[in-house]
Design a binder for this molecule. Structure first.
Ligand code: SF4
Length: 508
């Protein structure tokens, strides 16, 4: 057990986060796998006292956290940015509803969509849900955001979101450990005296106002006024901005507590400056809130509209800060330009299934699991591949009978309600379910066997095969029959991913 109240050197961001959970006495952690938060969650799982479990989706994770919080236990939810979309439903409602002990949501944003189906800035959920958001730039700020966020969450009876990015989790820095005394604050049932609207009014009057006050005086927000040019930054980019501001003698406002925006602090900073560059990832969250003629950033074209920021782009923007209007040409990233396109592993047990589906020449939907690889060469056969678990509903929207490809993790994540809806509304589609009992694209987390469940629900509309017994011709014949038959059909293929498998780069 690490001892609190000590200064520690060279601590990685993931370890800083772990120490914050320990020093706050967190009793429950729930997470959903994905880049860039897998290592972070795995770190939490090594300590049994944190009660850290992967769950099937983010909505479940957040709802469990609310249960723990209502009974007086601090809880943390960990997910990637696309997962915040799934947990947004209960998270936003919980703000008016109220909570008990502190809840922190750690949202891992994949800047540049390096390992994700999109690039997304989780800070915006702070605006929508009206909750505090921290955007730490160093391991020390990761620690302070989580520990401080749990305390703040408890004071305002609403969750706090901490946005992290891969590089902040990996980098090392010094931290100062503290103890957040455990209060076991339970949900105050007097909230039920109010209507739903009344609950929202109460939160805005009490919780949100307090968060706004704390943002103004937070040590996570640091201002230094020097010259007539300034930089406002948040998150990891604050490190780049700080170095350049120091070298060039510029004013710098580094924000770590970004929502509610510390309006007074920002206005004081802007006053008297000729030009201000806003540096942030990955969208103009701050820039939109300080938009005025002298402000430059992603919206004005001085910085790239999306993606990571590097030192060169910040220097270039400062060199051109007096210019009005955009200064950048945008080169769209292509698979060929990037140099890789993820494909199936060698010896994938499902290869005959992919080959047969390609031969059938019908509309095919995949999702963000392994099936997304069928969008890339050599298959290039998906029309749509969106969020995990979306394939059945997308296929039910096709104007001819088509195929939905999904894994068992996608089924458990959000695909099951889609399947049930399709069955009970008499939709036409064939769902191919890869039952490999693991979340294969997100780190191989193990899953229960879903074949019995599917068989029970779909009975004669369900065909179960083992990948070891299949040839392309056999799968082709099976799927053709199912496509020609009336109604929703499920073709389940059991199998296991080979040990040490590695996705192939189809462009190599
Ligand atoms: S992870 Fe498993 S299912 Fe996915 S491509 Fe590789 S072997 Fe096939």
């Amino acid at each position: 057990m690490l001892r609190p109240d000590v200064e520690l050197k060279n601590i990685a961001g993931v370890d800083a986060a772990y120490m914050a959970l320990k020093d706050a006495g967190v009793r429950m952690v729930r997470g959903v796998p994905g880049y860039p938060i897998n290592d972070l969650f795995t770190r939490f799982q090594k300590d049994e006292g944190l009660n850290a479990e992967w769950v099937f989706n983010e909505k479940i994770a957040y709802e469990m956290a609310v249960g723990a919080s209502a009974c007086g236990d601090r809880a943390v939810v960990v997910c990637k940015h696309v997962g915040v979309n799934i947990l947004a439903d209960p998270m936003i409602i919980s703000v008016s509803h109220s909570i008990g002990s502190g809840i922190v949501v750690i949202a891992g944003d994949d800047v540049g969509a390096f390992m994700s189906s999109d690039e997304q800035d989780s800070r915006w959920y702070g605006k929508l849900a009206e909750i505090p958001v921290f955007d730490p730039s160093t391991p020390a700020e990761v620690y302070d955001s989580i520990l401080g966020g749990l305390g703040l969450s408890e004071r305002i009876s609403a969750p706090v979101l901490v946005r992290v990015v891969d590089v902040v989790l990996r980098e090392q820095g010094d931290i100062s450990r503290k103890v957040l005394p455990v209060r076991h604050k339970k949900l105050d049932r007097s909230i039920w005296d109010y209507t739903m609207f009344g609950k929202h009014q109460k939160y805005l009057l009490e919780g949100w106002s307090q968060a706004a006050e704390e943002s103004e005086r937070s040590p996570m927000n640091r201002s230094s006024k020097k010259g007539a040019i300034g930089i406002i930054s948040s998150g990891y980019v604050s490190n780049i901005a700080a170095g350049i501001a120091e070298e060039k003698g510029l004013s710098h406002l580094a924000l770590g507590f970004v929502n509610p925006l510390p309006r007074g602090l920002v206005d004081d900073f802007l006053f008297g400056l000729d030009h201000v560059l806003v540096c942030e990832e990955v969208s103009p969250f701050l820039e939109e809130q300080v938009h005025m003629p002298k402000v430059r950033g992603r919206l004005t074209g001085h910085l790239p509209r999306a993606g990571p920021l590097d030192e060169e782009s910040v220097r270039n923007a400062l060199d051109n800060i007096s210019m009005q209007g955009g200064i950048r040409d945008v080169e769209l990233e292509t698979l060929a330009g990037r140099g890789y396109a993820i494909g199936k592993c060698d010896e994938c047990p499902y290869t005959p299934v992919y080959d047969a589906i390609k031969m059938l020449n019908v509309p095919v939907a995949g999702d963000a699991g392994c099936s997304i690889q069928a969008a890339n060469p050599p298959y290039s056969m998906l029309i749509v591949a969106m969020a995990l678990g979306s394939a059945p509903s997308v296929a039910c929207g096709f104007n001819e009978k088509g195929i939905a490809m999904m894994g068992d993790y996608a089924l458990l994540h959000t695909g099951l309600p889609a399947l049930l809806n399709a069955k009970y509304s008499g939709k036409e589609a064939v769902v191919v379910l890869f039952a490999n009992r693991e979340a294969a694209m997100t780190g191989g987390q193990t899953l229960p066997d879903v074949t019995g469940l599917v068989k029970d629900i779909f009975k004669e509309d369900c065909v179960i095969s083992d990948s070891g017994d299949l040839s392309t011709d056999k799968v082709y014949g099976d799927l053709k029959k199912l496509l020609e038959a009336k109604g929703l059909k499920i073709y389940v293929v059991t199998g296991s991913c080979p040990a040490g498998r590695k996705h192939k780069n189809m462009l190599a």
